[in-house]
Design a protein around this ligand. Structure first.
Ligand code: NAD
Length: 243
């Protein structure tokens, strides 16, 4: 999967899956712009720190990446925020955070990136959705809803921009061993190490996913090896479709 000569923007670049994406895309030869709130120690060709809840920042990310890298061929909308609990326990702040990071920001970034990609002859966008956007998950109503929205946005944009040579797809992981998963266990009073071990027993492949398991699929979808895949929601779940 050769990305030599390509330019890429990755959001959520400092997170568990984000770090693995940046490593793989860079290793495949792309020049990479990374975006997150804090990105200490992350090697990349451009650093674009900021808060995706700021509409001006999200609107300007694609253009800033294109300016610093000399073009924009690939966008990975990977940042996500998880809010937990059933609807009756959900606050207005949870609503704004979930919708803002996981739906509005990818929408703003895609809206700005698509014309840039079209003027460059095409491109690839990969959104990190979730199995929990394809089917319900317990006690995470808002999170599931935002990932369902992102999945639908992906399918619709995949249809609408294919004729311009822009392939738009999403990867849909189930549980992945990252700070997001571990913080959830800790919040519920479980020992994260033990909980991740126990989780592995529920996965048909016999282990929990690591960030690299997801990043490899994102690299594939971003590359020309996936040249006929467009508007797809690709589940990466070790054989475990529901929680
Ligand atoms: P993570 O918490 O390690 O990383 C998420 C990253 O997004 C963080 O670096 C965070 O700083 C960034 N981010 C969040 N809010 C932001 C904001 N307002 N502005 C800028 N950046 C912001 O989690 P992860 O597991 O690596 O998650 C990556 C993606 O994978 C997310 O979209 C998540 O929903 C999705 N996902 C994760 C799992 C899992 O079990 N870990 C499962 C399915 C899908």
């Amino acid at each position: 999967m050769d990305l030599n000569g390509k330019t890429a923007l990755v959001t959520g670049a400092a997170g568990g899956i984000g770090i693995a994406i940046v490593e793989r895309i860079g290793h495949a030869g792309a020049r990479v712009a990374v975006a997150d709130r804090v990105m200490d120690g992350i090697a990349a060709d451009a650093h674009l720190p900021g808060d995706l809840l700021d509409p001006t920042y999200a609107d300007g990310l694609a253009e800033a990446a294109a300016r610093q890298l000399g073009g924009l061929d690939i966008v990975i909308n990977n940042a996500g925020a998880i809010t937990r609990g059933p609807v009756a326990e959900t606050t207005d702040a949870d609503w704004s955070l979930s919708l803002g990071v996981s739906v509005e920001a990818p929408f703003r970034i895609c809206r700005a990136a698509i014309p840039l990609m079209a003027s460059g002859g095409g491109g690839a966008i990969v959104n990190t959705a979730s199995c929990w956007g394809l089917r319900p998950g317990p006690n995470h109503a808002l999170y599931c809803m935002t990932k369902a929205a992102l999945a639908s946005l992906t399918q619709c944009m995949g249809m609408d921009y294919a004729h311009q040579g822009i392939r738009i797809n999403a990867v849909c992981p189930n549980e992945v061993d990252t700070p997001m998963l571990r913080s959830g266990f800790a919040k519920r009073g479980f020992d994260p190490n033990k909980a991740v071990e126990e989780l592995a027993e529920t996965v048909p492949l016999g282990r929990s996913a690591g960030p690299g398991d997801i990043a490899d699929v994102i690299l594939f979808l971003a590359s020309d090896a996936a040249r006929y895949i467009c508007g797809a929601l690709v589940e990466v779940n070790g054989g475990k479709p529901v929680s």
